[in-house]
Design a protein. Sequence first.
Lengths: 235, 290
Amino acid sequence: MSPLLSMENLTGGYGDADILLNVDLHVDQDEIVVIVGPNGAGKSTAMKSVFGLLTIRGGKMLFDGDDITGWAPNRIVQRGICYVPQVDNIFREMSIHENLEMGGFLKKGDLTAAYDRVYELFPDLKERRKTMAGSLSGGQRQMVAMGRALMLDPKLLLLDEPTAGLSPKYMEQIFQICRDVRDTGVAILLVEQHAKQALAFADRGYVLAAGKNRHEGTGAELLADREVAEMFLGG
Amino acid sequence: MELLELLNFYVIPGIVLGSIYALGAVGITLIFAILRYAHLAHGDLATLGAFIALAVVTALGVSPLVALPVAIIATAAVAVGIDKVFYEHLRERPKIVTVMASLGIALMVRSVVQVVWGVDTQTYTRGIVRPEDYFGLRIRDRELYTVAAMLLLVGGLQLFLTRSKWGKAMRAMSDNPNLALLSGIDNKKVVMLTWIIAGGLCAASGFFLGLNTELKSMMGWHMLLPMFAAAILGGVGRVEGAVLGGLIVGIAEELSVLVIPSEYKAAMAFAILLFMLLVRPTGLLKGKVL
Protein backbone atom coordinates (compact mmCIF):
# COMPACT_ATOMS: atom_id res chain seq x y z
CA MET A 1 0.00 0.00 0.00
CA SER A 2 1.37 3.39 -0.89
CA PRO A 3 1.76 5.82 2.00
CA LEU A 4 -0.86 8.46 2.75
CA LEU A 5 1.68 11.25 2.60
CA SER A 6 5.11 11.09 1.12
CA MET A 7 7.71 13.77 0.83
CA GLU A 8 10.30 12.85 -1.74
CA ASN A 9 13.66 14.55 -1.87
CA LEU A 10 12.10 17.83 -0.81
CA THR A 11 14.15 21.04 -0.85
CA GLY A 12 12.71 24.43 0.04
CA GLY A 13 12.45 27.29 2.49
CA TYR A 14 11.22 30.82 3.03
CA GLY A 15 12.20 33.42 0.46
CA ASP A 16 15.54 32.50 -1.12
CA ALA A 17 17.06 30.48 1.71
CA ASP A 18 16.64 26.71 1.64
CA ILE A 19 15.91 25.30 5.07
CA LEU A 20 15.01 21.78 4.02
CA LEU A 21 17.57 19.84 2.01
CA ASN A 22 16.47 16.68 0.22
CA VAL A 23 14.13 15.53 2.94
CA ASP A 24 12.38 12.18 2.56
CA LEU A 25 9.51 11.38 4.83
CA HIS A 26 6.30 9.43 4.73
CA VAL A 27 3.22 8.87 6.84
CA ASP A 28 1.05 5.78 6.48
CA GLN A 29 -2.62 5.52 7.19
CA ASP A 30 -3.41 5.06 10.89
CA GLU A 31 -0.02 5.99 12.22
CA ILE A 32 1.47 8.68 14.38
CA VAL A 33 4.74 9.98 13.04
CA VAL A 34 6.89 12.37 15.00
CA ILE A 35 9.67 14.65 13.79
CA VAL A 36 12.29 15.45 16.42
CA GLY A 37 15.62 17.18 16.30
CA PRO A 38 17.55 20.09 17.73
CA ASN A 39 16.35 23.67 17.51
CA GLY A 40 16.64 25.10 14.04
CA ALA A 41 16.75 21.68 12.43
CA GLY A 42 13.82 22.52 10.19
CA LYS A 43 11.22 20.43 12.03
CA SER A 44 8.41 22.95 11.87
CA THR A 45 9.50 23.96 8.41
CA ALA A 46 9.13 20.39 7.22
CA MET A 47 5.61 20.38 8.54
CA LYS A 48 4.72 23.73 7.04
CA SER A 49 6.00 22.56 3.68
CA VAL A 50 3.24 19.95 3.66
CA PHE A 51 0.74 22.71 4.12
CA GLY A 52 2.01 24.81 1.26
CA LEU A 53 3.39 27.52 3.51
CA LEU A 54 6.84 27.70 1.99
CA THR A 55 8.55 27.81 -1.36
CA ILE A 56 9.49 24.37 -2.62
CA ARG A 57 12.42 24.26 -5.00
CA GLY A 58 12.96 20.59 -5.44
CA GLY A 59 11.34 17.23 -4.91
CA LYS A 60 7.65 16.56 -4.56
CA MET A 61 4.87 15.90 -2.13
CA LEU A 62 2.27 13.21 -2.70
CA PHE A 63 -0.90 12.88 -0.70
CA ASP A 64 -3.49 10.17 -1.09
CA GLY A 65 -2.75 9.71 -4.78
CA ASP A 66 -2.39 13.40 -5.68
CA ASP A 67 0.73 15.43 -6.28
CA ILE A 68 0.07 18.34 -3.91
CA THR A 69 3.42 20.10 -4.38
CA GLY A 70 2.80 23.84 -4.50
CA TRP A 71 -0.92 23.70 -3.74
CA ALA A 72 -2.46 26.65 -1.89
CA PRO A 73 -3.32 26.00 1.78
CA ASN A 74 -7.10 26.23 1.31
CA ARG A 75 -6.98 23.60 -1.43
CA ILE A 76 -4.89 21.35 0.81
CA VAL A 77 -7.42 21.80 3.63
CA GLN A 78 -10.21 20.68 1.35
CA ARG A 79 -8.16 17.71 0.17
CA GLY A 80 -7.96 16.42 3.75
CA ILE A 81 -4.96 17.81 5.60
CA CYS A 82 -5.53 20.10 8.58
CA TYR A 83 -2.82 22.00 10.36
CA VAL A 84 -2.58 23.16 13.98
CA PRO A 85 0.04 25.90 14.39
CA GLN A 86 2.15 25.99 17.53
CA VAL A 87 1.03 29.42 18.69
CA ASP A 88 -2.07 31.52 18.08
CA ASN A 89 -3.96 28.40 17.17
CA ILE A 90 -7.37 29.37 18.56
CA PHE A 91 -9.83 32.23 18.16
CA ARG A 92 -9.50 33.71 21.65
CA GLU A 93 -12.56 35.90 21.59
CA MET A 94 -14.86 33.23 20.32
CA SER A 95 -16.50 30.43 22.27
CA ILE A 96 -15.25 26.86 22.07
CA HIS A 97 -18.24 25.98 19.94
CA GLU A 98 -17.63 28.89 17.59
CA ASN A 99 -13.99 27.85 17.26
CA LEU A 100 -15.18 24.46 16.08
CA GLU A 101 -17.71 26.08 13.76
CA MET A 102 -14.93 28.08 12.12
CA GLY A 103 -12.93 24.87 11.76
CA GLY A 104 -15.83 23.43 9.79
CA PHE A 105 -16.26 26.59 7.73
CA LEU A 106 -15.57 24.91 4.41
CA LYS A 107 -17.95 22.05 5.07
CA LYS A 108 -21.22 22.22 3.20
CA GLY A 109 -24.37 21.30 5.05
CA ASP A 110 -24.88 20.03 8.55
CA LEU A 111 -22.04 20.08 11.05
CA THR A 112 -23.80 18.04 13.74
CA ALA A 113 -21.90 14.83 13.06
CA ALA A 114 -18.58 16.67 13.10
CA TYR A 115 -19.40 18.39 16.42
CA ASP A 116 -20.39 15.06 17.93
CA ARG A 117 -17.16 13.43 16.83
CA VAL A 118 -15.02 16.22 18.29
CA TYR A 119 -16.96 16.45 21.52
CA GLU A 120 -16.66 12.70 21.92
CA LEU A 121 -12.89 13.02 21.73
CA PHE A 122 -12.88 16.03 24.05
CA PRO A 123 -15.69 15.62 26.59
CA ASP A 124 -14.22 18.51 28.63
CA LEU A 125 -14.90 20.87 25.75
CA LYS A 126 -18.52 19.85 25.42
CA GLU A 127 -19.29 20.90 28.97
CA ARG A 128 -17.71 24.29 28.37
CA ARG A 129 -18.80 24.87 24.79
CA LYS A 130 -20.01 28.42 25.49
CA THR A 131 -16.76 29.44 27.23
CA MET A 132 -14.46 31.93 25.49
CA ALA A 133 -11.47 29.98 24.20
CA GLY A 134 -9.07 32.68 25.38
CA SER A 135 -9.99 32.05 29.01
CA LEU A 136 -8.98 28.37 28.91
CA SER A 137 -5.79 26.80 30.24
CA GLY A 138 -2.95 25.88 27.88
CA GLY A 139 -3.93 22.23 27.66
CA GLN A 140 -7.56 22.99 26.98
CA ARG A 141 -6.59 25.53 24.32
CA GLN A 142 -4.59 22.83 22.60
CA MET A 143 -7.70 20.64 22.64
CA VAL A 144 -9.74 23.44 21.08
CA ALA A 145 -7.05 23.90 18.45
CA MET A 146 -7.05 20.18 17.63
CA GLY A 147 -10.83 20.06 17.72
CA ARG A 148 -11.01 22.95 15.27
CA ALA A 149 -8.67 21.15 12.89
CA LEU A 150 -10.67 17.91 13.15
CA MET A 151 -13.97 19.51 12.13
CA LEU A 152 -13.33 18.89 8.43
CA ASP A 153 -12.72 15.15 8.95
CA PRO A 154 -9.13 15.33 7.71
CA LYS A 155 -7.24 12.22 6.72
CA LEU A 156 -4.04 13.72 8.10
CA LEU A 157 -3.57 16.06 11.03
CA LEU A 158 -0.43 18.17 11.35
CA LEU A 159 0.48 19.26 14.88
CA ASP A 160 3.27 21.74 15.49
CA GLU A 161 4.64 21.16 19.01
CA PRO A 162 1.28 20.43 20.61
CA THR A 163 2.78 20.00 24.06
CA ALA A 164 4.96 23.13 24.11
CA GLY A 165 4.61 24.84 27.48
CA LEU A 166 2.30 22.20 28.93
CA SER A 167 2.71 20.40 32.24
CA PRO A 168 3.63 16.67 32.09
CA LYS A 169 0.08 15.79 33.06
CA TYR A 170 -1.34 17.64 30.06
CA MET A 171 1.40 16.33 27.80
CA GLU A 172 0.32 12.79 28.59
CA GLN A 173 -3.30 13.77 27.99
CA ILE A 174 -2.52 15.31 24.60
CA PHE A 175 -0.57 12.19 23.60
CA GLN A 176 -3.50 10.03 24.66
CA ILE A 177 -5.84 12.17 22.58
CA CYS A 178 -3.51 11.76 19.61
CA ARG A 179 -3.83 7.99 19.99
CA ASP A 180 -7.61 8.31 20.20
CA VAL A 181 -7.63 10.46 17.08
CA ARG A 182 -5.45 7.95 15.25
CA ASP A 183 -7.82 5.18 16.27
CA THR A 184 -10.64 7.02 14.51
CA GLY A 185 -8.66 6.69 11.29
CA VAL A 186 -6.78 9.99 11.15
CA ALA A 187 -3.03 9.86 10.61
CA ILE A 188 -0.96 12.34 12.59
CA LEU A 189 2.33 14.01 11.78
CA LEU A 190 3.71 16.02 14.65
CA VAL A 191 6.76 18.00 15.55
CA GLU A 192 7.96 17.65 19.12
CA GLN A 193 10.45 19.37 21.34
CA HIS A 194 10.09 16.72 24.06
CA ALA A 195 11.91 14.14 21.99
CA LYS A 196 12.09 11.27 24.49
CA GLN A 197 8.44 11.29 25.44
CA ALA A 198 7.34 11.82 21.86
CA LEU A 199 9.42 8.96 20.47
CA ALA A 200 8.10 6.71 23.20
CA PHE A 201 4.55 7.41 22.21
CA ALA A 202 4.74 7.69 18.41
CA ASP A 203 4.56 4.81 15.98
CA ARG A 204 7.51 6.04 13.98
CA GLY A 205 9.90 8.92 14.11
CA TYR A 206 12.32 10.96 12.08
CA VAL A 207 15.32 12.76 13.45
CA LEU A 208 16.05 15.90 11.48
CA ALA A 209 19.22 17.96 11.80
CA ALA A 210 20.35 20.95 9.77
CA GLY A 211 17.47 20.47 7.37
CA LYS A 212 18.38 16.87 6.52
CA ASN A 213 17.14 13.43 7.42
CA ARG A 214 19.51 11.88 9.91
CA HIS A 215 17.69 8.90 11.32
CA GLU A 216 14.40 7.19 10.95
CA GLY A 217 12.73 4.24 12.54
CA THR A 218 10.15 3.20 15.08
CA GLY A 219 10.14 5.17 18.29
CA ALA A 220 11.75 2.31 20.19
CA GLU A 221 14.52 1.91 17.60
CA LEU A 222 15.39 5.57 17.71
CA LEU A 223 15.35 5.68 21.48
CA ALA A 224 17.72 2.71 21.53
CA ASP A 225 20.09 4.27 19.01
CA ARG A 226 23.16 5.56 20.80
CA GLU A 227 23.97 8.23 18.26
CA VAL A 228 20.46 9.61 18.37
CA ALA A 229 20.49 9.56 22.13
CA GLU A 230 23.75 11.46 22.32
CA MET A 231 23.07 13.94 19.56
CA PHE A 232 19.56 14.98 20.23
CA LEU A 233 18.18 13.55 23.36
CA GLY A 234 20.67 14.81 25.85
CA GLY A 235 22.29 11.40 26.54
CA MET B 1 -30.22 74.45 37.12
CA GLU B 2 -33.16 72.15 37.15
CA LEU B 3 -32.77 68.49 36.28
CA LEU B 4 -35.34 68.71 33.47
CA GLU B 5 -33.51 71.62 31.97
CA LEU B 6 -30.25 69.71 32.10
CA LEU B 7 -31.87 66.72 30.43
CA ASN B 8 -33.72 68.71 27.78
CA PHE B 9 -30.93 71.02 26.73
CA TYR B 10 -27.84 68.90 27.21
CA VAL B 11 -28.40 65.19 27.82
CA ILE B 12 -31.05 64.51 25.16
CA PRO B 13 -29.18 66.37 22.41
CA GLY B 14 -26.05 64.57 23.64
CA ILE B 15 -27.69 61.16 23.25
CA VAL B 16 -28.86 62.08 19.74
CA LEU B 17 -25.43 63.34 18.72
CA GLY B 18 -23.87 60.32 20.40
CA SER B 19 -26.08 57.95 18.39
CA ILE B 20 -24.91 59.66 15.20
CA TYR B 21 -21.27 59.27 16.25
CA ALA B 22 -21.93 55.66 17.27
CA LEU B 23 -23.13 54.73 13.78
CA GLY B 24 -19.87 55.98 12.32
CA ALA B 25 -17.68 54.65 15.11
CA VAL B 26 -19.00 51.10 14.66
CA GLY B 27 -17.77 51.14 11.06
CA ILE B 28 -14.41 52.58 12.08
CA THR B 29 -13.96 49.93 14.74
CA LEU B 30 -14.84 47.12 12.30
CA ILE B 31 -12.38 48.40 9.70
CA PHE B 32 -9.73 48.77 12.40
CA ALA B 33 -10.35 45.21 13.61
CA ILE B 34 -10.51 43.44 10.27
CA LEU B 35 -8.42 45.53 7.88
CA ARG B 36 -6.15 46.98 10.58
CA TYR B 37 -5.98 50.59 9.52
CA ALA B 38 -7.58 53.90 10.41
CA HIS B 39 -10.04 54.86 7.69
CA LEU B 40 -9.86 58.64 7.35
CA ALA B 41 -12.45 58.87 4.57
CA HIS B 42 -15.15 57.69 6.97
CA GLY B 43 -16.53 61.16 7.66
CA ASP B 44 -16.72 62.18 4.03
CA LEU B 45 -18.37 58.91 3.14
CA ALA B 46 -21.03 59.88 5.69
CA THR B 47 -21.42 63.24 3.94
CA LEU B 48 -21.91 61.42 0.65
CA GLY B 49 -24.59 59.21 2.20
CA ALA B 50 -26.41 62.24 3.55
CA PHE B 51 -26.41 63.94 0.15
CA ILE B 52 -27.51 60.80 -1.68
CA ALA B 53 -30.53 60.77 0.62
CA LEU B 54 -31.10 64.45 -0.20
CA ALA B 55 -31.01 63.64 -3.92
CA VAL B 56 -33.67 60.97 -3.41
CA VAL B 57 -35.81 63.35 -1.34
CA THR B 58 -35.66 66.15 -3.91
CA ALA B 59 -36.03 63.90 -6.95
CA LEU B 60 -38.92 61.79 -5.73
CA GLY B 61 -40.46 64.09 -3.14
CA VAL B 62 -40.52 61.30 -0.57
CA SER B 63 -40.01 61.65 3.17
CA PRO B 64 -36.35 61.55 4.27
CA LEU B 65 -36.86 58.28 6.15
CA VAL B 66 -37.86 56.58 2.90
CA ALA B 67 -34.66 57.85 1.31
CA LEU B 68 -32.49 56.41 4.09
CA PRO B 69 -32.44 52.77 2.87
CA VAL B 70 -31.54 53.97 -0.63
CA ALA B 71 -28.67 56.03 0.76
CA ILE B 72 -27.47 53.09 2.86
CA ILE B 73 -27.37 50.73 -0.12
CA ALA B 74 -25.79 53.29 -2.45
CA THR B 75 -23.09 54.28 0.04
CA ALA B 76 -22.32 50.64 0.82
CA ALA B 77 -21.82 50.09 -2.91
CA VAL B 78 -19.54 53.15 -3.12
CA ALA B 79 -17.50 51.89 -0.16
CA VAL B 80 -17.03 48.48 -1.79
CA GLY B 81 -16.09 50.23 -5.04
CA ILE B 82 -13.50 52.45 -3.36
CA ASP B 83 -11.95 49.39 -1.74
CA LYS B 84 -11.78 47.52 -5.03
CA VAL B 85 -10.35 50.44 -7.01
CA PHE B 86 -7.96 51.85 -4.42
CA TYR B 87 -7.37 50.09 -1.10
CA GLU B 88 -7.22 46.55 -2.44
CA HIS B 89 -4.03 47.31 -4.35
CA LEU B 90 -2.35 48.57 -1.18
CA ARG B 91 -3.19 45.55 1.00
CA GLU B 92 0.33 44.09 0.92
CA ARG B 93 1.97 47.46 1.65
CA PRO B 94 2.51 48.93 5.12
CA LYS B 95 -0.81 50.01 6.61
CA ILE B 96 0.21 53.65 6.84
CA VAL B 97 0.09 53.79 3.03
CA THR B 98 -3.60 52.92 3.09
CA VAL B 99 -4.24 55.41 5.88
CA MET B 100 -2.74 58.16 3.73
CA ALA B 101 -4.64 56.92 0.69
CA SER B 102 -7.87 57.13 2.68
CA LEU B 103 -7.10 60.78 3.39
CA GLY B 104 -6.88 61.29 -0.37
CA ILE B 105 -10.17 59.43 -0.83
CA ALA B 106 -11.71 61.74 1.80
CA LEU B 107 -10.75 64.78 -0.28
CA MET B 108 -12.00 63.14 -3.47
CA VAL B 109 -15.37 62.20 -2.02
CA ARG B 110 -15.80 65.68 -0.55
CA SER B 111 -14.95 67.29 -3.89
CA VAL B 112 -17.50 65.12 -5.66
CA VAL B 113 -20.13 66.22 -3.12
CA GLN B 114 -19.18 69.87 -3.63
CA VAL B 115 -19.27 69.59 -7.42
CA VAL B 116 -22.61 67.80 -7.51
CA TRP B 117 -24.48 69.49 -4.66
CA GLY B 118 -22.56 72.73 -4.15
CA VAL B 119 -21.12 74.18 -0.98
CA ASP B 120 -24.25 75.79 0.41
CA THR B 121 -26.11 74.55 3.46
CA GLN B 122 -29.17 72.45 2.68
CA THR B 123 -31.89 70.66 4.63
CA TYR B 124 -34.16 67.66 4.11
CA THR B 125 -37.29 69.51 5.22
CA ARG B 126 -38.00 73.16 5.78
CA GLY B 127 -39.68 74.75 8.75
CA ILE B 128 -39.30 74.48 12.48
CA VAL B 129 -40.18 71.24 14.23
CA ARG B 130 -41.60 71.66 17.70
CA PRO B 131 -40.60 69.03 20.23
CA GLU B 132 -43.27 66.86 21.81
CA ASP B 133 -43.63 66.88 25.55
CA TYR B 134 -43.12 63.53 27.34
CA PHE B 135 -43.70 64.17 31.08
CA GLY B 136 -41.59 67.28 30.86
CA LEU B 137 -38.97 65.79 28.55
CA ARG B 138 -39.02 67.61 25.24
CA ILE B 139 -38.14 65.30 22.40
CA ARG B 140 -38.52 65.78 18.64
CA ASP B 141 -39.71 62.89 16.49
CA ARG B 142 -36.52 62.97 14.45
CA GLU B 143 -34.53 62.55 17.66
CA LEU B 144 -36.51 59.44 18.50
CA TYR B 145 -35.94 58.10 14.97
CA THR B 146 -32.22 58.70 15.28
CA VAL B 147 -31.78 56.81 18.52
CA ALA B 148 -34.18 54.04 17.48
CA ALA B 149 -32.48 53.57 14.10
CA MET B 150 -29.06 53.43 15.75
CA LEU B 151 -30.22 50.77 18.21
CA LEU B 152 -31.93 48.81 15.45
CA LEU B 153 -28.98 48.90 13.05
CA VAL B 154 -26.36 48.11 15.68
CA GLY B 155 -28.59 45.44 17.26
CA GLY B 156 -29.03 43.87 13.83
CA LEU B 157 -25.29 43.97 13.27
CA GLN B 158 -24.65 42.30 16.63
CA LEU B 159 -27.08 39.53 15.74
CA PHE B 160 -25.35 39.09 12.40
CA LEU B 161 -21.91 38.93 14.04
CA THR B 162 -22.92 36.45 16.72
CA ARG B 163 -25.42 34.24 14.89
CA SER B 164 -24.59 34.00 11.21
CA LYS B 165 -21.80 32.02 9.62
CA TRP B 166 -20.33 34.99 7.77
CA GLY B 167 -20.68 37.26 10.79
CA LYS B 168 -18.66 34.78 12.79
CA ALA B 169 -16.17 34.63 9.96
CA MET B 170 -15.74 38.40 10.30
CA ARG B 171 -15.06 38.00 14.02
CA ALA B 172 -12.65 35.15 13.30
CA MET B 173 -10.75 37.31 10.81
CA SER B 174 -10.54 40.08 13.39
CA ASP B 175 -9.49 37.66 16.13
CA ASN B 176 -6.79 35.65 14.34
CA PRO B 177 -6.36 36.34 10.61
CA ASN B 178 -3.82 33.55 10.01
CA LEU B 179 -5.96 30.91 11.62
CA ALA B 180 -9.01 32.20 9.74
CA LEU B 181 -7.14 31.68 6.48
CA LEU B 182 -5.99 28.21 7.61
CA SER B 183 -9.63 27.39 8.29
CA GLY B 184 -10.45 28.26 4.70
CA ILE B 185 -12.32 31.51 5.38
CA ASP B 186 -12.39 33.65 2.26
CA ASN B 187 -10.61 36.87 3.14
CA LYS B 188 -11.95 38.76 0.13
CA LYS B 189 -15.57 38.10 1.03
CA VAL B 190 -14.97 39.15 4.62
CA VAL B 191 -13.36 42.39 3.46
CA MET B 192 -16.27 43.10 1.15
CA LEU B 193 -18.80 42.43 3.90
CA THR B 194 -16.90 44.79 6.17
CA TRP B 195 -17.17 47.57 3.60
CA ILE B 196 -20.85 46.93 2.98
CA ILE B 197 -21.58 47.22 6.70
CA ALA B 198 -19.24 50.16 7.35
CA GLY B 199 -20.47 52.04 4.27
CA GLY B 200 -24.13 51.49 5.11
CA LEU B 201 -23.69 52.62 8.71
CA CYS B 202 -21.72 55.63 7.50
CA ALA B 203 -24.64 56.71 5.34
CA ALA B 204 -27.01 56.36 8.28
CA SER B 205 -24.69 58.46 10.42
CA GLY B 206 -24.50 61.27 7.85
CA PHE B 207 -28.22 61.07 7.18
CA PHE B 208 -29.18 61.52 10.83
CA LEU B 209 -26.69 64.34 11.28
CA GLY B 210 -28.37 66.03 8.30
CA LEU B 211 -31.83 65.30 9.64
CA ASN B 212 -31.05 66.78 13.06
CA THR B 213 -28.97 69.71 11.82
CA GLU B 214 -28.20 70.64 8.22
CA LEU B 215 -26.34 69.23 5.25
CA LYS B 216 -22.96 70.75 4.46
CA SER B 217 -20.08 69.41 2.44
CA MET B 218 -17.83 69.52 5.51
CA MET B 219 -20.34 67.89 7.88
CA GLY B 220 -18.76 64.44 7.83
CA TRP B 221 -15.19 65.65 8.05
CA HIS B 222 -16.04 67.45 11.28
CA MET B 223 -17.44 64.19 12.67
CA LEU B 224 -14.25 62.23 11.98
CA LEU B 225 -12.45 63.09 15.20
CA PRO B 226 -15.42 62.39 17.52
CA MET B 227 -16.06 59.12 15.68
CA PHE B 228 -12.46 58.01 16.14
CA ALA B 229 -12.54 59.13 19.76
CA ALA B 230 -15.69 57.01 20.24
CA ALA B 231 -14.16 53.93 18.62
CA ILE B 232 -10.98 54.16 20.70
CA LEU B 233 -12.86 55.03 23.89
CA GLY B 234 -15.02 51.94 23.50
CA GLY B 235 -12.12 49.66 22.60
CA VAL B 236 -11.06 48.98 19.03
CA GLY B 237 -12.89 46.02 17.56
CA ARG B 238 -15.78 46.26 20.03
CA VAL B 239 -19.09 47.08 18.41
CA GLU B 240 -20.88 47.62 21.70
CA GLY B 241 -17.88 49.66 22.82
CA ALA B 242 -18.22 51.97 19.82
CA VAL B 243 -21.85 52.63 20.75
CA LEU B 244 -20.95 53.32 24.35
CA GLY B 245 -18.03 55.49 23.22
CA GLY B 246 -20.24 57.40 20.78
CA LEU B 247 -22.81 58.15 23.45
CA ILE B 248 -20.16 59.28 25.95
CA VAL B 249 -18.46 61.57 23.42
CA GLY B 250 -21.81 63.01 22.29
CA ILE B 251 -23.05 63.71 25.80
CA ALA B 252 -19.65 65.05 26.88
CA GLU B 253 -19.61 67.47 23.95
CA GLU B 254 -23.03 68.83 24.81
CA LEU B 255 -22.30 69.06 28.53
CA SER B 256 -18.97 70.78 27.90
CA VAL B 257 -20.90 73.92 26.91
CA LEU B 258 -21.68 74.37 30.60
CA VAL B 259 -18.03 74.96 31.41
CA ILE B 260 -16.26 76.04 28.23
CA PRO B 261 -17.37 78.34 25.37
CA SER B 262 -19.45 76.44 22.81
CA GLU B 263 -16.93 77.17 20.03
CA TYR B 264 -14.63 74.72 21.78
CA LYS B 265 -17.20 71.93 21.94
CA ALA B 266 -15.33 69.95 19.32
CA ALA B 267 -12.21 69.96 21.49
CA MET B 268 -13.97 67.61 23.92
CA ALA B 269 -13.59 64.68 21.55
CA PHE B 270 -9.92 65.45 21.20
CA ALA B 271 -9.48 65.65 24.95
CA ILE B 272 -11.26 62.31 25.45
CA LEU B 273 -9.17 60.69 22.72
CA LEU B 274 -5.89 61.92 24.24
CA PHE B 275 -6.94 60.96 27.74
CA MET B 276 -7.92 57.42 26.73
CA LEU B 277 -4.76 56.83 24.72
CA LEU B 278 -2.70 57.90 27.72
CA VAL B 279 -4.64 56.16 30.47
CA ARG B 280 -6.20 53.07 28.91
CA PRO B 281 -5.31 52.51 25.26
CA THR B 282 -7.35 49.31 25.11
CA GLY B 283 -10.54 51.32 25.66
CA LEU B 284 -13.34 50.79 28.12
CA LEU B 285 -14.24 47.32 26.82
CA LYS B 286 -10.69 46.08 26.27
CA GLY B 287 -10.22 46.22 22.55
CA LYS B 288 -7.08 45.67 20.50
CA VAL B 289 -3.99 47.72 21.13
CA LEU B 290 -2.81 49.26 17.90
